[in-house]
Every structure is written in C-alpha cells, then in structure tokens.
Write a protein that binds this ligand. Structure first.
Ligand code: Z5A
Length: 212
C-alpha cells in the first residue's frame, strides 16, 4: 500500500566548471551505491537525446546560433521535460545522481551577463535537490586537465566568469569538495555524503521545489 511515508529516493546534483570531474565521480558513485544495494540511476543535463536536447547540442557545438535568452530557456525546458519522470523515479524509491542541473543553467547564462533573477525564474517549480555537491577547481587547473574540445563554453576566460557566478549562487547547504584531490579520495567523500542524504530521504524528508 502506497502512502506519503513510503521511502523515496534522493536527488543528488553535481555542479562545477568544465573538467572538474563530475562525469568521473557520477559514474563511480553510481557503482558504489549499486554495490551497497541502492536503487540508483545516473542522469545528466543537458539531456541531448530529447528534441530540445538536440537543439542544445547543436548550439554547444557551434552548429547553430541562438539568442542568449533563447538558449537559456531551452536548457530550462530540457529539465522541465524530465520533471515528471524525475518525480516518478524519486517517489518509487530510486535515487538520482544528476550531472548538472538548474544551477548550471543560471551560472552559465549569468556569466554571459544576463540578470541572475531573470535566469532563475524559469527554473522555479523544478524539484529541489536534496544534496548539491560542488566540485571545486580553479579555472586554470581545470584547463590544465586538457581535453578542451571545440564546444562553445570551453574557454578559460569564460570559465572564470562561470566560477564567479557559481559563487554568487551557492549557499551554505552546498557541499564543496576539493576537486584536485586524488579521484579515489573524492569518491570516498562523496559516497559518505550520498549515503547520509539517502538515509534522510528514506526517513521521510518530503520533496520540495526550487528555489527552496
Ligand atoms: N550548460 C548550460 O549552459 N546551461 C545548463 O542549463 C546546463 C549546461 C545543464 C554541457 O556540458 C555544457 O552546457 C556545459 C555547461 C552548459 N559547458 N561547459 N563548460 P557537458 O555536460 O557536455 O560537459 P561538462 O559538464 O562541462 O563536463 P565534462 O567536460 O564532461 O567534464 P567533467 O564531467 O566535469 O569531468 P570528467 O570528464 O570527469 O573529467 C575531466 C578530465 O579530468 C578527465 O580526463 C579525468 O580523467 C580528469 N580528472 C577527473 N577527476 C580528476 C582528479 N580528481 N584528478 C585529476 N584528474 C581528474
């Protein structure tokens, strides 16, 4: 019998600059939580598989041009199109590890000069994460990791502005992790944070909406 007290999954979001290590850590966390017996999935935004996601992908790879406001709204729409599936998964007890979310939307667009409150508005009403992990690395160190391809935002000067935007957006609830530590050390820290967060959600913490 379903009731509002059924244990739900946790919404765990990873944020940070390009090359901070989100992809590596999301996949390690997915495997560790699976090994511990949790029901868990790994998601990422943009989700390039949807129709909106394909427009975003074409923009990021410089194959199309869009007004800054228009691309901002597409990134947000790409989250809205996954909102009900997100709710269903969380309520059925599946934990979601999400590589980039609304905070990326606001940080990257406001780094271009758009008003931060305007950037936050379309995200209002999306599910609020139970845990936001910020993988902290300087733009210079991230650039040294190499592999900057031809995508639109992969430039040192722009990443510096994104770092400033993240600082303006973060609050005391974010867990800031030193992304320059060895991969295995970060992995262990993240596992502990995730397991704690999942327990809190299983104990009955209710889902809330942005911007809470
Ligand atoms: N964007 C937006 O504007 N608005 C939005 O709403 C959203 C996104 C959702 C999509 O990027 C772009 O869209 C993104 C923001 C913008 N642009 N930028 N910049 P994406 O998702 O396709 O790519 P990304 O998020 O920037 O991630 P990435 O390039 O895949 O990097 P990563 O996932 O953070 O890092 P990684 O692949 O795990 O690691 C990078 C390298 O570092 C790799 O060689 C690793 O082996 C190495 N690494 C990782 N960890 C370590 C440690 N601890 N030590 C040493 N080396 C390490």
């Amino acid at each position: 019998i379903s009731s509002k007290w059924d244990p739900r999954g946790a919404l765990i979001v990873f944020e940070g600059l390009d090359r901070c290590g989100k992809t590596s850590q999301c996949s390690r966390l997915l495997s560790s939580l699976e090994r511990l017996g949790h029901s868990v999935e790994s998601w990422r935004f943009p989700d390039r598989d949807t129709g909106v996601g394909q427009m975003i992908s074409s923009y990021l790879s410089n194959q199309s041009q869009l007004d800054d406001h228009a691309i901002h709204l597409l990134f947000s729409a790409n989250r809205w199109e996954k909102r009900s599936l997100m709710e269903a998964k969380l309520k059925s007890g599946t934990t979601l590890i999400v590589d980039r979310y609304a905070y990326s939307g606001v940080a990257f667009s406001s780094a271009k000069g758009l008003d931060i409150e305007w950037c936050k508005a379309p995200e209002l009403g999306l599910w609020a994460p139970d845990l936001v992990v910020y993988l902290d690395i300087s733009p210079e160190k991230a650039a040294e990791r190499g592999g900057y391809g031809g995508e639109r935002y992969e430039q040192l000067e722009f990443q510096r502005k994104v770092a400033q935007s993240y600082r303006a957006l973060s609050d005391a609830s974010w867990k800031v992790v030193d992304a320059t530590l060895p991969i295995g050390v970060i992995e262990a820290q993240l596992r502990e944070m995730a397991v704690d967060c999942i327990s809190t959600c299983q104990e009955g913490k209710s889902l809330s909406e942005l911007w809470s």
